[in-house]
Design a protein around this ligand. Structure first.
Ligand SMILES: C[S@@+](CC[C@H](N)C(=O)[O-])C[C@H]1O[C@@H](n2cnc3c(N)ncnc32)[C@H](O)[C@@H]1O
Length: 219
């Protein structure tokens, strides 16, 4: 198995630093690290076949890291990420895309700017409050009837760390093996559907797999 890259949020790296610094939480943090590493070893890879992405110009939320959507849509994609290091990591994989350092809670685009939007395993990195703000912003910058395609993890654990290993098969048959890790927070297909609906979207397609889901929502 060839693992190209794993992305885990800085809270995990911080927790490692805190492990060294704070005696009190040392055991707890060490357990998190052990849990993370065991998930890395034990968990099965989830195969996600990306047959297509939306048409037209696309805003991709949290588009750094592997830059999966930018690798597919190329010059059609504006990839937004709030971390420069994630953009730097992805940029060379799709230099034709537009790379923008920004928080998706506050997008510097006029209303009805983009044809469609995507988010590939990015919302699992957001708090519930941030998810709502981001979905409302995406709704605002989408043209009428624009679609928001969301791929993300189903997370049942509220504490500890969560990790998902992914084998993404792109439309040109390129295979990207990667993994996304985060400090655990409950996230279900229903909670995500509700967030989209509360932001104004109508959810039209629902695909529920064991460890991840896909939702297609329309403005
Ligand atoms: C798993 S990573 C990258 C996944 C990416 N879509 C890919 O193709 O590999 C999730 C990304 O979401 C970004 N992110 C999280 N919250 C964000 C926000 N509010 N605005 C913009 N980017 C955000 C993180 O910086 C991170 O790069």
């Amino acid at each position: 198995m060839v693992i190209h890259n794993y992305y885990w949020e800085s809270v995990f790296i911080q927790s490692f630093q805190e492990t060294i610094m704070s005696e009190r939480s040392r055991m707890q943090k060490l357990l998190q690290i052990v849990s993370f590493i065991s998930q890395l070893v034990v968990k099965r890879m989830q195969k996600i076949i990306l047959k297509s992405i939306p048409k037209g110009n696309i805003i991709d939320i949290g588009g750094g890291g592997e830059g999966i959507i930018a690798q597919i849509g190329r010059e059609r994609v504006t990839a937004i990420d709030k971390h420069q290091r994630e953009i730097d990591e992805a940029k060379h994989k799709a230099p034709e895309a537009t790379w923008v350092l920004a928080d998706a809670k506050d997008l510097d685009y006029s209303n009805d700017h983009f044809d469609n939007a995507t988010s590939f395993f990015s919302i699992m990195y957001m708090s519930s409050e941030d998810k709502i703000e981001v979905c409302k912003e995406v709704y605002r910058v989408l043209k009428p009837h624009g679609e928001f395609w969301v791929w993300d993890s189903s997370i049942s654990k509220e504490k500890g760390v969560f990790f998902i290993k992914i084998k993404a098969v792109l439309p040109d048959k390129k295979v990207v093996r990667t993994g996304y890790g985060v400090s655990s927070k409950k996230q279900t297909i229903n909670s995500t559907k509700e967030t989209l609906e509360n932001s104004g979207f109508k959810v039209e397609v629902v695909e529920n797999k064991k460890n991840w889901f896909f939702l297609k929502a329309k403005k």
